[in-house]
Design a binder for this molecule. Structure first.
Ligand SMILES: CC(C)(COP(=O)(O)OP(=O)(O)OC[C@H]1O[C@@H](n2cnc3c(N)ncnc32)[C@H](O)[C@@H]1OP(=O)(O)O)[C@@H](O)C(=O)NCCC(=O)NCCS
Length: 169
């Protein structure tokens, strides 16, 4: 269960190393990890593409993080954002922290005027937030069900998805 003492807030400069370590640790056991998710966040930040970076804090420790950055769809940059990486400390997973970070981040990009959000990930997890992987978006040779989108308007995205350079490794 989500701890009552957990707070979600935007990152501050002093969080940067902890975000890197958390991300590397959370992704390390994942078969789909290429081991550089922490570095990708640093590159997004350095490039000015880390539109939203939220941390979950419990007892003054960073136990979760989510990033959002601009994407292009069919070569057009039109207020769609990519979710990820998202990480929760292994010992704190499955307690609702990831969901809380994702919901708060989605609300924030929506309030910034985003048309919607895209991501690449396990549909069994992301469908609970309304994401669908129906083949409208494509990313390299990935299966259509993992390339997912959530629209905040009636507009449906269509075409090739491309992330900001920090995530296009
Ligand atoms: C994915 C992640 C951020 C989810 O955060 P979390 O705080 O553990 O998730 P929540 O507590 O909000 O949700 C738990 C639910 O998600 C499911 N879940 C968690 N990670 C999942 C995954 N990788 N694939 C499918 N389902 C997942 C759990 O089984 C649980 O399901 P239930 O509600 O039906 O019991 C976290 O597991 C993590 O850091 N994983 C390692 C890094 C990673 O893989 N990031 C995402 C890459 S797409």
């Amino acid at each position: 269960m989500l701890s009552k003492g957990m707070d979600i807030r935007p990152e501050i400069h002093a969080d940067i190393d902890a975000i890197y370590q958390l991300t590397q640790t959370a992704f390390a056991p994942m078969p789909y990890s290429d081991g550089d998710e922490g570095a990708c966040i640093n590159k997004l930040r350095a490039d000015g593409d880390l539109t939203i970076s939220l941390v979950a804090v419990e007892a003054e420790a960073i136990v979760g993080h989510v990033a959002f950055s601009p994407v292009t769809i069919a070569g057009v940059s039109d207020n769609w954002f990519g979710l990820g990486p998202v990480s929760v400390a292994p010992e704190k997973q499955k307690t609702g922290i990831g969901s809380a970070l994702i919901k708060k981040g989605l609300a924030q990009i929506k309030s910034l005027g985003a048309k919607g959000c895209v991501l690449i990930g396990d549909p069994n997890y992301y469908c609970r937030f309304g994401f669908v992987g129906d083949g409208r978006l494509t990313y390299r040779d990935l299966p259509s069900e993992v390339v997912q989108w959530l629209s905040f308007t009636d507009e449906k995205p269509s075409g090739v998805l491309k992330y900001s350079p920090g995530l296009e490794v």
